[in-house]
Design a protein around this ligand. Sequence first.
Ligand SMILES: NC(=O)c1ccc[n+]([C@@H]2O[C@H](COP(=O)([O-])OP(=O)(O)OC[C@H]3O[C@@H](n4cnc5c(N)ncnc54)[C@H](O)[C@@H]3O)[C@@H](O)[C@H]2O)c1
Length: 67
Amino acid sequence: MIKNIMITGGAGYIGSHIAEILIKKKKKVIIVDNLSTGFRKLINKKAKFYKADIHNKKKNKIYYKKK
Ligand SMILES: NC(=O)c1ccc[n+]([C@@H]2O[C@H](COP(=O)([O-])OP(=O)(O)OC[C@H]3O[C@@H](n4cnc5c(N)ncnc54)[C@H](O)[C@@H]3O)[C@@H](O)[C@H]2O)c1
């Protein structure tokens, strides 16, 4: 069963709603968002948040980190 789910754009309209649904289903949610159009206040407090741009391959080690 999938336990950890990463959502890109989780500070935006669609992503924040998806995060809320998944957290209610007891999933561990990781949000990656550069806050270009999103809002910090929309990020669910139970999610782990990384402020990062998904296009920046060099800086984004979080994709490859094993947990
Ligand atoms: N009904 C409503 O109240 C309402 C409100 C807002 C939006 N909408 C609709 O929702 C749709 C848009 O929602 P959405 O969730 O797709 O857009 P959004 O802009 O709300 O969310 C996109 C998220 O992705 C992030 N992002 C963008 N580029 C990124 C990058 N390179 N790296 C990391 N993060 C990045 C942004 O910061 C943002 O948080 C539209 O159709 C809009 O009309 C409806």
